[in-house]
Design a protein around this ligand. Structure first.
Ligand SMILES: Cc1ncc(COP(=O)(O)O)c(C=O)c1O
Length: 293
């Protein structure tokens, strides 16, 4: 099945009501649809268990708070998510959660009263990244045209969409976004890491990047593996100084980058630090799965 399609088994949960995803609809005046007035999360489920759940819920709470969407119970949301995973039942899956400010007559300011729309869907995960994880991926650099609050996981993703489309048309798996001064911020749906003289580098937390849940895990795994880490930006014009580059994300996990804008990265093959972290990642997942419910 093409990656972009959902499976017939996919289930949605809208405000607590379970249904096949194919039958799920939202009102035309929903502010998520009209204004992108919404935040979201994507989780990976390994063997029926949502991975890094607490971290994702914390980030969702941060995003909700930042855009002042109120009245969303995270425990209730978590119960609905679990019920939807169990209803599948889903083993290897992804969970998408989107909270919008709800429906109201169209007007930019917040409505006096509206009930947030709480949309969850769970679908089987057919891993599209297996090859790239093993052999590496080519990426394309693109100007970062996004807004100043990339730390909020909002559904306003047009800058990401346009950059990703350019990458895709160039035969690349991801676009690396750069600011006018050449600072590489992150990918359109991944965090960016480099390796320079044995030290792992990644953008420090700021409004310019999403605080990736996988990014945080990688920082912990690197520390555990004795790999030095510095939160320091990488520059587009200085990639020759890096021996390795890799991307991280909830569904992609750790992807070695082997070419940037058609030029080989390092020796054009996944590097040893990337491999070591991939190994540590697999071990962390295996441990999590073995922990039981
Ligand atoms: C812009 C951006 N950066 C980084 C990431 C990786 O974040 P996470 O590791 O939480 O999936 C994502 C995930 O979709 C993203 O959209």
């Amino acid at each position: 099945m093409p990656v972009s399609q959902t499976s017939p088994a996919a289930l949605a949960n809208i405000n607590g009501v379970l249904m096949p995803l194919a039958e799920a609809t939202v009102p035309a005046l929903d502010r998520g649809f009209l204004f992108g007035d919404a935040v979201y999360e994507v989780l990976r489920v390994y063997q029926g268990k949502p991975w890094l759940l607490k971290e994702h819920l914390n980030r969702l709470a941060y995003s909700l708070n930042a855009v002042r969407i109120q009245g969303v119970g995270l425990e209730r949301l978590q119960e609905r998510m679990r019920a939807t995973i169990t209803a599948g039942p889903f083993g290897e899956a992804t969970v998408y959660i989107q909270i919008t400010r709800g429906s109201a007559p169209r007007s930019h300011k917040f409505p006096i009263s509206s009930t947030p729309l709480e949309f969850i869907y769970v679908d089987e995960f057919h891993d599209p990244y297996q090859q790239a994880r093993r052999h590496g991926a080519a990426v394309l650099t693109q100007p970062d045209l996004r807004w100043d609050r990339c730390d909020i996981k909002s559904t306003n993703l047009l800058g990401n969409v346009l950059a990703m489309q350019a990458a895709s048309e160039a035969g690349c798996l991801e676009a690396l976004l750069y600011l006018p001064d050449g600072t590489l911020t992150e990918g359109t749906h991944t965090s960016l890491f480099g390796v320079r003289q044995g030290t792992v580098l990644t953008s420090p937390r700021s409004n310019a990047i999403l605080p990736g849940i996988t990014r945080s895990l990688i920082l912990r795994l690197a520390a555990g593996a004795g790999v030095p880490v510095r939160e320091e930006v990488l520059k587009r014009g200085e990639l020759d100084e890096a021996s390795e580059l890799f991307l991280t994300g909830t569904t992609s996990e750790i992807l070695p980058v082997i070419a940037v804008d058609g030029r080989p990265m390092g020796d054009g093959r996944p590097g040893p630090v990337t491999r070591r972290l991939q190994q540590a990642y697999q071990e962390a997942v295996a441990e999590f799965v073995a922990e039981g419910a």
